[in-house]
Design a protein around this ligand. Structure first.
Ligand SMILES: *[C@@H]1O[C@H](CO)[C@@H](O)[C@H](O)[C@H]1NC(C)=O
Length: 506
């Protein structure tokens, strides 16, 4: 999409513009300006990426809920153990609340709000982003019921996946899962700690300090739980198994806590455990080494030279991703998309793009010339241009001219693998739709979904830029909260890049 202003400027400059589309070829001398004019409307994309979270909300919806096809759901979650576990987010196209990726989602949304506060505010979205963060953080706070207890999942994943129901109709078991000192899970506790420290930074300057105080206390407590009762979290397996172990979450949480508190105990932890952090080539709900390295590198560039190993590893991450670095480990598709693996690939693209954006910005502001790989040195501008190219691809600048964000531009996925989106709204079809009816009447059709889940970013194309828009194909057509969460920051960064050079060149 091209903004109205851009179209006017375009017409004024007597350039060939395709309204709502993208121009091909930037060969003119004004290539840079042309590229920006042909860019998607990042403000709109950012607003939609955030709106998506309202469609994923569980619990009693607020009066100002904007996604109208959704209703209240799962109002008795937690009741079996007398805990209030209503609220939070449904993970993806299913109706399970998985605390581990939900916490990662809250961390990424908070990070986006911290790093790109100005851009998000300029797009008029700060209020909505804060509310999206709070909705998840509030659930995590209530799930941490004692210093050594964290509820990590609500809903039986197997039963849920054998059922195709709207959340408002749900009648599958809302089984509760938790970690305790006898059955610990340092990944889940560590990520929840990171999420609440990051969220604390978003809310700490509010006039009312109550929320921030609660967030920070819970974050500290969860870090101690994760660190003092070490064990690997496998209770959400086979849906979310930890492959990378818990050391990454411990580093990630301590880095966030150090940033939030400046308490030396967390810096010591980062320093003492440098050895456990090596180069990574993905950043995901499972593997957070690169994220921890990013935070530690910001400290390093701020003068904490003892943290140098983190920067070395982060540079390797950049070299593993940047085309023609001489050290590429993650290839790009013929159309230019970072392609980590053929299963919900856009999650990796979005998180990598967020990290590259933040690193580029950090390098620029510290006056660094860039990252040196074996065959090339990448300036901060080159890194951010590559990051922007990934955002643009996701929004439609790709061989299929398909926006992988639902409701953005005119060509986007119509049959996403999402229960609530694919069955008519409870407000339209008011009777109950059972698991089996969902599976026989709504899941297998080739009709478009009745509810357009605006802003949802799906798993995306295959390694040859192809996409079949098939509801049954969950690894390509299912959205997930952590894809959107990473995209929020990546999109805000692209928006900032677009504004900055234009403004400074006039
Ligand atoms: C559970 O928590 C939610 C969110 O804070 C709140 O709105 C609701 O009233 C609580 N329910 C009960 C039964 O306390």
């Amino acid at each position: 999409m091209v903004s109205m202003t851009a179209i006017k400027v375009c017409v004024f400059m007597a350039l060939l513009c395709v309204a709502g589309g993208f121009r091909a070829g930037d060969t003119a001398t004004d290539g840079d300006v042309l590229r920006r004019l042909s860019s998607p409307d990042y403000r709109k994309a950012l607003a939609k990426a955030i709106l998506f979270f309202e469609g994923q909300r569980s619990g009693r919806l607020l009066a100002n809920q904007r996604v109208k096809w959704r209703g209240d759901s799962a109002l008795t979650d937690g009741q079996d153990e007398n805990v209030n576990l209503t609220g939070g987010y449904y993970d993806a196209g299913d109706n399970v609340k998985f605390g581990f990726p939900m916490a990662f989602t809250v961390t990424l949304l908070s990070w986006s709000a911290i790093e790109y506060r100005g851009e998000v505010a300029a797009a008029g979205q700060l209020r909505h982003l804060r509310s999206a963060i709070q909705w998840g953080a509030d659930f995590l706070l209530r799930a941490h019921t004692s210093p050594t207890t964290l509820y990590t999942q609500v809903g039986d994943g197997n039963a849920d996946h054998q059922c195709w129901e709207r959340p408002e109709d749900m009648d599958t078991p809302r089984t509760l899962y938790k970690i305790t000192k006898n059955s610990p899970g340092s990944e889940a506790a560590g990520e929840a700690s990171a999420a609440l420290a990051a969220a604390y930074m978003v809310f700490k300057n509010d006039k009312d300090k109550a929320l921030a105080t609660q967030l920070l206390a819970a974050s500290r407590s969860l870090f101690d739980f994760a660190n003092n009762y070490r064990g690997s979290f496998q209770s959400s397996c086979p849906f979310y198994c930890s492959y990378s172990g818990f050391q990454d979450e411990l580093l990630w949480a301590s880095a966030w806590l150090f940033r939030a508190t400046q308490d030396g105990k967390y810096l010591d932890f980062l320093q003492d455990n440098q050895g456990s952090s090596g180069p990574a080539n993905e950043f995901s709900w499972d593997n957070k080494f690169a994220g921890a390295q990013m935070l530690a590198t910001q400290e390093y560039l701020d003068g904490r030279t003892e943290l140098v190993n983190y920067k070395t590893s982060l540079d390797s991450f950049v070299c593993a991703l940047m085309p023609n670095s001489g050290n590429v480990q993650i290839r790009t598709t013929p159309g230019g998309l970072l392609f980590t693996r053929d299963s919900v690939n856009l999650q990796y693209t979005a998180t990598a793009t967020l990290l590259l954006s933040i690193y580029s910005k950090t390098l620029s502001s510290s006056g660094s010339s860039g990252v040196q790989c074996s065959a090339a040195t990448f300036s901060p501008d080159q890194i951010s241009s590559f990051a922007t190219s990934q955002v643009d691809y996701i929004l439609g600048k790709n061989p299929k001219s398909m926006s992988y964000m639902v409701g953005f531009s005119s060509k986007f996925p119509r049959r996403i693998h999402h229960r609530g989106s694919s069955i008519p709204s409870i407000k339209v079809l008011t009777r109950k739709v059972s698991c089996n009816e969902g599976f026989s009447s709504w899941f297998p059709t080739s009709d478009p979904n009745p509810n357009i889940h605006v802003g949802a970013i799906v798993g995306g194309p295959d390694g040859n830029d192809q996409f079949s828009d098939n509801r049954g194909d969950s690894s390509h057509s299912e959205p997930a909260t952590y894809i959107n969460a990473a995209f929020v920051g990546a999109c805000a960064a692209a928006m900032g890049q677009q504004l900055e050079p234009v403004v400074s060149s006039y």
